[in-house]
Write a protein that binds this ligand. Sequence first.
Ligand SMILES: NC(=O)c1ccc[n+]([C@@H]2O[C@H](COP(=O)([O-])OP(=O)(O)OC[C@H]3O[C@@H](n4cnc5c(N)ncnc54)[C@H](O)[C@@H]3O)[C@@H](O)[C@H]2O)c1
Length: 347
Amino acid sequence: MKPIGVAVVGAGYWGPNLVRNIDASPEMTLEWVCDVDVERARQVAGRHSPTRTTAALADVLDDPRVQAIAVATPARTHVDVARPALEAGKHVLVEKPLAASYAEAESLVRLADQQELILMCDHTYCYTPAVLKIREVVQSGMLGDLQFFDSVRINLGLVQRDVDVLWDLAPHDLSILDFVLPECVRPQAVAAHGADPIGAGKSCIAYLTVQLSGGAIAHAHVNWLSPTKVRTTIIGGSKRTLIWDDLNPSQRISIFDRGVALAGPEEIGTDERREAAISYRTGDMIAPALTEGEALRGVMSEFAAAIRQRRPSVTDGRSGLRVLDVLEAASASLDYRGAVVPLRSAR
Ligand SMILES: NC(=O)c1ccc[n+]([C@@H]2O[C@H](COP(=O)([O-])OP(=O)(O)OC[C@H]3O[C@@H](n4cnc5c(N)ncnc54)[C@H](O)[C@@H]3O)[C@@H](O)[C@H]2O)c1
């Protein structure tokens, strides 16, 4: 089958990773690299490569060899690239977050539907072997009923010019949450607190609490100011608890058969103290074997499969929209000093 002609738009920090993985994909051919800074595009394409470079998006959109566009420009410009690309009949892969607002993202989802084109969001972590395994474990019921999801994503990060730490880092945690949750558990409302101790003019530290249907709770701590890097997520269930430490390649995932249970009312009795009915379970820990592999390879493979099979990708525009629903509500909560803000999807 003929490889799919792809153009990468945006050749800054992240764009070269898309270029490398498209180059490595047998299902794709890299036709163009486009950047308003054409010198950047030339560097990233490689001076002796047959891939063409341009500063003008129109050059890319006018080329019939281009069937798909991968967008790695800053979030505020995603819609300016993705909309004309969809209008020109190209399938589109957009970096996270899908757009700078829910309304923009919704207009892209609608346009892609009208044009019968693939709109996919690069929720990169969803294509890591660890997150794929976590999804399998959570959705198989191995953890029991979900009780909590707690994620820490902190390090000395680049203070971004256009977004705060919530919009920079939390899309990762929220897209993972969206990807692994069982269908019956959905985010309902969010409260967020932030701080800017260095005077950057935006939150550099944020704590996000998401109420989930069924009484479970999710929390994310995102931080650009931590001298040490932590990438840990704990997912607790009524039967088992999973710990994902992404910085421990020899044992990224551990599943503990340990937990706390409260006996039912019939076992507590009327005059017995409640504490006496709490029992602690200590069982084994297992560490599933994981393959190692670059997540972006999986992203490209899924993008190509979705285009060929004319089916939504597993991180389609709608998943990008759900992440934006939480992000916008979190920003509103930050403005209201941590007030609980219901999500659009739950209203
Ligand atoms: N999936 C991930 O893990 C991940 C990681 C980092 C960044 N990102 C995302 O990638 C995107 C880009 O981030 P970055 O850190 O590479 O930004 P960056 O500022 O380093 O690079 C952006 C590039 O886009 C170019 N550009 C800007 N507007 C353009 C336009 N209209 N047309 C063509 N080129 C344009 C700029 O000249 C620049 O070279 C963001 O959406 C970011 O959230 C994703």
